[in-house]
Ligand binder design. Structure first.
Ligand SMILES: Nc1nc2c(ncn2[C@@H]2O[C@H](COP(=O)(O)OP(=O)(O)OP(=O)(O)O)[C@@H](O)[C@H]2O)c(=O)[nH]1
Ligand SMILES: [Mg+2]
Length: 455
């Protein structure tokens, strides 16, 4: 039997209104005992989805003037009876009413317990449950859009479709399992084709999840180049504040510095200023450069900065070529210090590389650079990212492995249909776990533990 839970659903602070939420079989009765409606009525008899005005009264004392919303099972967020009390937004009032409701028999909800109940009552699947948290925590418009589409179940839908493809394949297979020697070559080829298609789609989803990652966490842009070309100055110019130390001494920046920037398109960008790359002079230099290389691996876009007032060294060209050879990374060549007489010979760089001219010191070309970053973001089909948590992503990787194993069994051990059947069965199970059909409660608990109370 489920108990009755209660929580303050709005952030604690002074605000116009505050909301207290309850869910469980007896919550309407609990609230009824402390609520005195303006017009005489029985809260337990009113219809679902109605709003009622009155006072919360406890031990003859009026605590607050409130609105009470009643939702009846199963037509509520959690699928249970629910009540929302809209109070004045004072933390003292909210805490007081919460205390009263606990005294009347409700229990303080755990983190995410409302959504967990919605999930356990079959109102939403696990991915949708998670998307609710992502909506609350979305840090950019794009992230919000992705989370909303997950709530609508678009990700779940493609996973369910894939799962049913696996199921079909397994059913076919089981029909032939007793007579593996009778399976025709044509049939085997058909299975192989299907498995390969599933594998392709799984890998596509994994790619989308990777893209979803940066939509959520921000697109990572890194400033690299040899010492003293003006990376920190450029970082400050982009951030529009003096964050990083700038000096004429090469090797000023040792550790990397991270800054967050919202572009006018609503994209969140994380910008990293790093230690200049080159031949280290000392151990600190060396450590700084190692860190730069680490950040390089995680970045989406590299701004390779050169000093337009100087000459490009051999070492700098090598560095550029090395960075350019990194896979899946976009790169822009930023020529800085255009306010000074220019000595740089740009023909040493290949022609097809995108070039932007700026002066970090004088603020010239900074907007062009921002626009260029925006262009790179939108060219990456960012609408296409999905959010998967680490547990689900691991499961999806597992499924990918299963696909490979299955394909290998079909090719190398064509008689061992039972092995293939087991693999397909495990695949289905893994899909079910992502969708929360086969709940590993352990994982569900971890997911809900990330929620805020009241959600
Ligand atoms: N004239 C001019 N000077 C600049 C410009 N940008 C940077 N500088 C100067 O170049 C020097 C080095 O600038 P930083 O921003 O510290 O260079 P950095 O690339 O971060 O250097 P490290 O941290 O040592 O790798 C400073 O003296 C800056 O004032 C520019 O656009 N024009
Ligand atoms: Mg610097």
């Amino acid at each position: 039997m489920k108990d009755d839970i209660v929580a303050i659903a709005t952030p604690l602070g002074f605000s116009a209104i505050g909301v207290i939420r309850l869910s469980g079989p007896n919550v309407i009765n609990i609230v009824k005992r402390v609520f005195s409606p303006r017009r005489n009525k029985d809260l337990e008899k009113v219809s679902s989805h109605t709003l009622h005005y009155g006072n919360i009264i406890y031990k003859d004392e009026i605590i607050d003037e409130v609105l009470v919303a009643i939702y009846k099972a199963p037509n509520s967020y959690t699928g249970e009876n629910m009540v929302e009390i809209f109070t004045h937004g004072s933390p003292i009032i909210l805490e007081e009413i919460l205390k009263i409701l606990v005294e009347e028999g409700a229990r303080i909800a755990e983190r995410g317990e409302f959504t967990k109940r919605a999930f356990l009552n079959g109102k939403i699947d696990l991915l949708q449950a998670e998307s609710i948290n992502e909506i609350i925590r979305a840090e950019s418009k794009t992230a919000l859009k992705r989370a909303l589409s997950k709530l609508k179940g678009e990700v779940s839908k493609s996973l369910r479709e894939l799962k049913s493809k696996v199921e079909h394949l397994r059913i076919y297979l089981e029909a032939s399992m007793d007579f593996p020697e009778d399976v025709e070559e044509r049939e085997r080829e058909d299975w192989l084709r299907r498995l390969e298609e599933i594998k392709r789609e799984v890998s596509y989803l994994l790619e989308k999840a990777e893209r979803g990652d940066w939509i959520k966490g921000g697109y990572r842009v890194i400033l690299v180049g040899r010492p003293n070309v003006g990376k920190s100055s450029l970082f400050n110019a982009l951030m529009k504040e003096d964050r990083a130390i700038v000096t004429p001494i090469p090797g000023t920046t040792r550790d990397y510095i991270e800054g967050e920037l919202y572009l006018s398109s609503g994209h969140l960008v994380k910008i990293y200023d790093t230690a200049g790359l080159g031949i280290p002079k000392d151990i600190l230099d060396k450590m700084g450069m190692e860190k730069t290389e680490k950040i390089l691996e995680k970045s989406n876009l590299i701004l390779f900065v050169v000093d337009g007032s100087g000459e490009i060294s051999e070492e700098e060209i090598n560095l550029f070529e090395k960075i350019r050879s990194y896979q899946n990374k976009e790169i822009i060549l930023v020529i800085n210090k255009v306010d000074l007489p220019q000595k740089v010979e740009l023909s040493v760089f290949s022609e097809d590389i995108e070039k932007i001219f700026v002066s970090a010191k004088e603020g010239i070309g900074i907007e062009d650079l921002e626009k260029a970053i925006e262009r790179h973001i939108s060219s990456q089909e960012l609408e296409d990212g999905i959010f998967l948590n680490v547990y689900h992503r691991e499961k999806l990787k597992e499924i990918y492995q299963f696909c490979e194993e299955g394909i290998s069994v079909l090719i190398n051990l064509p008689q061992s249909l039972d092995i293939l059947g087991d693999i397909l069965y495990d695949m289905e199970k893994a899909f079910g776990e992502i969708l929360g059909e086969e709940v590993s409660l352990d994982i569900a608990d971890k997911i809900f533990a990330n929620f805020c109370v009241g959600k």
